[in-house]
Ligand binder design. Structure first.
Ligand code: Z2T
Length: 832
């Protein structure tokens, strides 16, 4: 190692090397120390927040020591690293997770209890780190946990948004967005004031000819903004490996902050410049599966990509290897197309700055990148307007044109007769204005392209990327089915269930190797075990019932069937179908005699999720759910038989207590639209069953757990096109039960019907694009099967135990090992 401390003096450093707590008393000492010094509080001036902060700071110290050790081990090992580029990391809370991953929660909880506080209360003080919208961002967080737990040398790179996903409030039944300012006190990040990168925008390209006749392109004259690194330690489970998540924050570049202006009294405009720079990392775009094409978003993407690549290249250069070695040292994974500019930026670095010839550079680039696609929805595929792009990144546009030219030339040579092919696969779409198809650029610049569940990976090969399979051959396209981390989504979210499983299996090894859950299956018919299993479910439901009572005033019966759909609100996810189904159930109950009603299974229908602020239909769906809940919950005829609850501000920490409390969860997207889904995995892992369509990972869950343990319904992906076509030609009469529901809404049962006209219109004149009517009858009849099945408690217990015992495949550890072996070609590094 290089060091600025001369060899003979290093012993003093070693003598005083940072140490950290490893038992209860030492932990208490650190907590009190931080409360009294770092926080300047005392025993006489102390509350949950102060003690949470003290505990978090103590934990941070511990993590940072392991972090240092890990980074040194990785440098020494000098192996290939993976860089996971994601615009979203939906981390949730850290304290509980860090305590559990380091296996010290037991004595830490005891320690704070002796100081007069309860660990559960402290944990609740923490603000979620909500730098993501939904599945894509949470997947990135699960992947970081697995990368560290499996000891892979890996870094995450993202943006340090000042405002994460907005906080949702429900006011008079409508969603209202409130800013989520989360950085007030964030003990989990370390600013690295020495790690900064200047990033340029706008400007022009100057081209000149060198003495040897070669042309050189220089991008210059633009605006400069500085990227400042913040590091977040990522502790693995059962290892001291602590990886790094580096988040970039924007500020005015030191050269740029105009002291001239400042000193000459133009204070206001110099402050404006500062604000302009800070705007870049100010706010997360709150859209899940929708592309809006705003300039600021493109600025965010380039800012983050350029800073990250600069950092990666700087680290590579320290090893003094030849450039051609780059792909042996570096794998870069593109989480969707958001970081696709990295392909172009690396070309610019290699060609314009390092003066490599184009072909050498292109070979390096195409050996380095992998691209994960997360959606086939056309409205979500990123396309940048060429004029907008040219103005912001003129040199990058030239490079894209060159990549496209060479690509199209090679296609033309191989398929000389297919004239239309070139237009179809061109990176530039000849629309008005022209647009850049980012997915095509990502495919062309990557070594491997993967989808996130089997059906989805097949669909991208046969639909949106069909031509590219022809051009590059099928081996470039692969599948890595998503997974979730069992540390957060079982051990942390459901400690009682985790402890019961440990009791049966003999150890917590299943948290490192989830396939060991298979050892549970032999207890599936054990009556005492079934009872313990269902008692835990009941306690989790009681906890949720209490939360619902405290936050909404609604009383729900914990022995009712808890039916939960929590995810971003989107027409393709079909929360509208769920609430129409609830209305239908309500109408049936109303039509029953008292005697008939007495035989029904009581239900609690729970919804949660955010609508993108500009997504009017999604907001209308929320309004219908809240309107139905107001009517149903206050109908004396109905009582406990049906309750409808909308949980405000669904986020990671709420998911942690919702997943363990479900009997049934809904994953009911129109077949072929949900790439994978990951909450489906979390719910089954926590002993719930699923009602779902043949879509995304539901299909693989069915294969693993057995079709007798999942309530599948609805049309198949292969039939969707024809069904949509039939709607367009007016050949599909509305399903009669759905018609009744629509009539009831239009009668005004749920308030002014005009409010919901858009929803009805989408089903009728709108052509029912998401096939609600086509699937409605089978949706309702499948819910009847659920009711019947729920009456047989022993069979239900059996099925949920068997299902959990077969969920081993859906750990993110398996997914990460597949990426490591098939895409990145990386090996773990031992740190201890
Ligand atoms: C997102 O959460 C997902 C896909 C996107 O495509 C964008 C966002 Cl923000 C651009 C989700 C998928 O909808 C979901 O099916 C999948 O499980 C998840 O990504 C992780 O792959």
């Amino acid at each position: 190692f290089e060091s600025s401390v001369p060899e003979p003096l290093r012993n003093l450093w070693k003598k005083f090397a940072a140490t950290n707590f490893s038992n209860k008393e030492q932990f208490q000492k650190e907590v009190v120390h931080h409360v009294e010094t770092t926080l300047a509080r005392s025993l006489y001036n102390c509350d949950d927040l102060a003690v949470y902060s003290g505990a978090a700071l103590a934990m941070r110290d511990k993590l940072i020591i392991d972090w240092n050790k890990t980074q040194q081990a990785h440098t020494l090992a000098d192996q290939k690293r993976v860089y996971y580029l994601s615009l979203e990391f939906l981390m949730g809370r850290t304290l509980d997770n860090a305590l559990l991953n380091r296996d010290i929660k037991g004595y830490a909880a005891e320690g704070v209890s002796e100081l007069g506080f309860r660990m559960e209360d402290l944990i609740e003080q923490e603000h979620d780190a909500a730098l993501g919208n939904g599945g894509l961002g949470r997947l990135a967080a699960c992947f970081l946990d697995s990368l560290a737990s499996l000891s892979y040398p890996a870094w995450g790179y993202g943006l340090r948004y000042r405002y994460g996903i907005f906080k949702q409030e429900i006011i008079d039944g409508y969603q209202v967005e409130v800013p989520d300012y989360w950085l007030d006190f964030n003990p989990w990040e370390f600013p690295r004031h020495d790690i900064t990168v200047d990033i340029m925008f706008y400007g022009y390209v100057r081209r000149y000819t060198e003495e040897d006749g070669s042309t050189v392109n220089i991008w210059e004259g633009g605006e400069v903004v500085q990227a400042l690194a913040y590091d977040v330690p990522i502790p693995g489970y059962g290892t001291s490996t602590t990886n790094n998540l580096r988040l970039w924050s924007s500020k005015p570049s030191t050269g740029e902050f105009d002291f001239q202006k400042f000193n000459s009294g133009d204070y206001e405009s110099s402050v404006r410049d500062q604000q302009r720079a800070e705007t870049i990392s100010a706010v997360l775009y709150p859209n899940d599966n929708i592309d809006v094409g705003k300039e600021l978003r493109l600025k965010q993407q380039y800012f983050w990509v350029a800073a990250s690549l600069y950092d990666i290249v700087r680290r590579f250069k320290k090893s003094h290897r030849a450039w051609t070695e780059f792909p042996h040292q570096v794998a870069i994974q593109l989480n969707d197309t958001h970081p696709t500019l990295a392909i172009v930026e690396l070309m610019r670095i290699l060609v314009d700055k390092e003066h490599l010839d184009w072909d050498t550079a292109w070979n390096i680039v195409t050996e380095t990148f992998g691209y994960t696609n997360h959606t086939v929805l056309p409205e979500a595929l990123e396309k940048w307007s060429v004029p907008l792009f040219q103005n912001l990144l003129p040199r990058h546009l030239q490079i894209i044109y060159d990549i496209n030219l060479f690509f199209l030339q090679s296609v033309e040579r191989r398929f000389p007769k297919d004239r239309e092919l070139l237009g179809r696969v061109s990176i530039i779409e000849e629309s008005n204005p022209q647009v850049i198809r980012m997915a095509y650029l990502a495919i062309i610049g990557s070594k491997k392209v993967n989808g996130v569940a089997e059906l989805h990976s097949d669909l991208i090969k046969t639909t949106i990327f069909k031509d590219f399979v022809n051009i590059f051959g099928p081996d470039k396209f692969t599948n890595v089915t998503n997974g979730v981390t069992p540390r957060r989504w079982l051990h942390q979210a459901n400690p009682q269930l985790s402890a019961l499983i440990k009791e049966k299996l003999g150890s917590y090894d299943f948290l490192k190797d989830l396939s060991l859950l298979s050892g549970l299956e032999k207890f599936a018919d054990d009556k005492t075990f079934q009872k313990e299993w269902m008692d835990i479910k009941l306690r989790n439901k009681q906890r949720l019932a209490k939360y619902i009572k405290d936050t909404t005033g609604i009383s729900v019966n914990p022995s009712a069937l808890f039916d939960i759909q929590v995810k971003r609100i989107h027409e393709y996810k079909r929360q509208q179908m769920n609430i129409f189904g609830v209305i239908s159930r309500y109408l049936s109950l109303k039509a029953m005699t008292k005697e008939e009603r007495a035989k029904q299974v009581p239900r609690v229908s729970i919804f949660g999720g955010k609508a993108a602020p500009g997504y009017w239909m999604a907001k209308t769906i929320i309004r219908l759910i809240t309107a139905v809940s107001e009517v149903v919950n206050n109908d004396a005829d109905i009582g406990d038989l049906l309750k409808v609850v909308f949980i405000e501000d669904y986020n990671v920490s709420k998911a942690e207590f919702l997943c363990p409390a479900s009997d049934l969860s809904e994953h009911i997207s129109t077949a072929g639209t949900e790439a994978s889904g990951t909450s489906n995995m979390k719910f089954v892992l926590n002993g719930g069953l699923i009602i779902g369509t043949c879509d995304g990972a539901n299909i693989e869950i069915t294969r693993e757990i057995g079709e007798e343990r999942i309530f599948l319904f609805g049309n198949l992906a292969e039939d969707v096109e024809d069904l949509r076509h039939a709607h367009r030609y007016g050949k599909t009469p509305m399903d009669p039960s759905l018609k009744e529901v629509c009539d009831e809404i239009q009668k005004g049962t749920f308030g002014e019907p005009g409010v919901f006209a858009g929803l009805i219109h989408a089903l009728t004149e709108g052509g029912d694009y998401y096939l609600v009517s086509d699937d409605f009858a089978s949706y309702l009849s499948t819910h009847k099967l659920v009711d019947e099945a729920f009456k047989d408690t022993a069979a239900w217990a059996h099925n949920t135990i068997v299902a959990v015992s077969r969920m081993g495949f859906f750990t993110s550890d398996r997914a990460i090992n597949e990426y490591a072996d098939e895409i990145w070609n990386i090996d773990p590094v031992k740190v201890d």
